[in-house]
Ligand binder design. Sequence first.
Ligand SMILES: [Zn+2]
Length: 244
Amino acid sequence: MMDAMWMGVTEPMADPKPAPGATWRAMLRAAADVVLPPVCVVCRTPVASHGLLCGPCFAGIDFIAPPLCARLGVPLPYDAGEPSLSAAAIAAPPAYDRARAVARYTQTMRDLIQGFKYRDRQEGLRLFSRWLARAGSELLEGARLSSVPVPLYRSRLWSRRFNQSALLAQGLERLTRRRADCFVLRRVRRTASQVGLSAAQRKRNVAGAFKVSPARAGDVAGKAIVVVDDVITTGATVEACARV
Ligand SMILES: [Zn+2]
């Protein structure tokens, strides 16, 4: 069984209880604010605390809310009062079991994800992790081995220095106390960026690009896992992951 979650649906959840040392951290944070005043993760206008969005940017996020297709996680036009499937899920059932995403890919969401991915703006990670935990709560309840990030190919990892999907999976681990396992999936060949490709091209581009790491195959065989990535478009990447 494989589920998948993306950034891409909810209001911030309440933080867990303050951990020991939280007062010290609050003081350090206050000291840091003097040096680096908190700014909106998207547009850099001043905000109340680090890692938040300003009001107009928050309003620019189109969170995905129920009723949802039980399979694809896309919004349904009306609530039938029971788990329902979208026409797309019935016509072409995906290789994975369920997908959930945080928000639609609006301009604000695009700016947020691109800043995170290409400009090292990781101050929003906590916020993104809360959104993901909320959007994927049903998926995380069932998964024994949770949060397997979509891997990058070695050379891309070198040039970008971090894997944004792995950061999201680790952010989820901190919030949900469920393990993030970054070594389950491997990208065994370099693939072109999916940006600008058609659905068929995307499918061809990533087919066979992923393998389960032989060292971890025994741990994951027959278990439910949740694949985490930053953006879903046609679902080609997660399809390729689910077929390994
Ligand atoms: Zn803003």
